[in-house]
Design a protein around this ligand. Structure first.
Ligand SMILES: [Zn+2]
Ligand SMILES: [Zn+2]
Length: 368
């Protein structure tokens, strides 16, 4: 999510511009001004998230640098906390405030894990995820009453107020407080004949498939929020969100370090010594292998960088590199001929060393 774009700003915006833009948009999309408008509510949530990040110098810097807020702990908390801290507590726009907004029972947020492949992360694929969640009861359609029954009636406990006054005795005398009605949970109405399938709960458990669209270049450890894919609400409450924790399935050829992919190239002693041409597989199965020339005298651990053959940069443009690390494999079994050749080489190498030592001795002799 680009927080600047959400607030209609470019990346050079200063604190004053961020504040001013947030104020305008928060007023525009506040749920009190847009009753029963899920899109506006989602927008309001995003604007608050954007402001929470961009108004915090530390988080803003992180976002500016990495194009993402702290991946482990993105935004959480009540969006109205931000709104209220900005406009003052009880900052309803239309005067009704939060009481009118939260009639009914909001569905709970859910969490799920999703394991994706390197290829899916690279492509920004849409991956189906099975989720166990509460859905509206298919017998009563979520309204909790047995079909064909009298429906709902005013709650006898609170006479429709949704709240009950409670008196308690304390050392200070009689205390009176208003509490949410236990029988109707604040709705003011109760079902006359509860639905036979959900016993009047209005919801039932279901396993469903949710499409998770991955941002290109996503890595393990990130959390995605999918709005309104959590549990369904009751009596007009909103749906909860689904939080998806991403894990990456290990790849048989590559490992990953941020945007870069790493590949280990095993080569023989002779190839490292004399130089040789190799073909390196890439993450894109459609693409041909990359040619890599390993020059004569290449040392174990030498790295070669194939530009732009890594993973896409998350929330930024560009692609990382494919880093090839040379691993020189020393043979532990040789044919008789190969052994003979190796022994000859060893002899030559020893003679070379001796020659050098003799030469050094002669030079030293000249100066002593
Ligand atoms: Zn039902
Ligand atoms: Zn009640």
């Amino acid at each position: 999510m680009d927080y600047y774009e959400l607030l209609g700003l470019d990346k050079t915006a200063d604190a004053k511009e961020i504040k001013s833009s947030y104020r305008k948009l928060a007023m525009k999309y506040h749920p009190d001004r847009n009753p029963d408008n899920a899109e506006a509510e989602e927008k309001f949530k995003q604007i608050n998230e954007a402001y929470a990040i961009l108004s915090n110098p530390e988080k803003k810097q992180r976002f500016d640098t990495y194009g993402s807020a702290d991946p482990q702990a993105q935004f959480s908390g009540d969006i109205f906390d931000i709104f209220n801290s900005f406009f003052g507590a009880g900052g309803g726009v239309g005067g009704a405030g939060q009481a009118a907004r939260s009639r009914g029972f909001d569905g709970e947020d859910l969490e799920a894990n999703l394991v994706v492949t390197y290829e899916e992360a690279r492509a920004g694929a849409t991956v189906p995820l099975k989720v166990d969640r509460m859905q509206a009861c298919d017998r009563c359609d979520g309204n909790r009453a047995e079909p064909g029954s009298e429906g709902k009636k005013t709650c006898p406990s609170c006479q429709g107020a949704g709240q009950v006054r409670r008196q308690t005795q304390s050392i200070f005398g009689t205390m009176v407080s208003n509490q949410v009605c236990q029988q109707c949970r604040g709705a003011g109405e109760v079902v006359v004949t509860p639905c036979g399938k959900c016993s009047g709960a209005g919801r039932q458990k279901a396993t469903e498939s949710v499409d998770v669209s991955l941002p290109k270049g996503i890595d393990g450890g990130y959390r995605l929020r999918i709005p309104q894919e959590g549990n369904v609400g009751i009596d007009g409450g909103r749906k909860g969100d689904l939080y998806v924790y991403i894990d990456i399935e290990p790849h048989e050829s590559f490992t990953r370090d941020g945007d870069d992919l790493h590949y280990q190239l095993d080569i023989g002693v002779a190839q490292a010594t004399l130089g040789s041409a190799f073909e390196i597989p890439t993450i894109d199965a459609e693409e041909e292998n990359e040619a890599l020339n390993v020059p004569a005298g290449t040392q174990p651990g030498t790295e070669f960088r194939l530009r732009g053959k890594g993973m896409p940069r998350l929330q930024r443009s560009g692609v990382g590199d494919l880093v090839v690390t040379v691993n020189v494999v020393v043979p532990n079994k040789l044919s008789t001929e190969a052994k003979e050749a190796m022994e000859n080489y060893a002899k030559l190498a020893n003679e070379e060393i001796e020659e050098k030592e003799n030469l050094m001795d002669r030079i030293k002799g000249l100066f002593s």
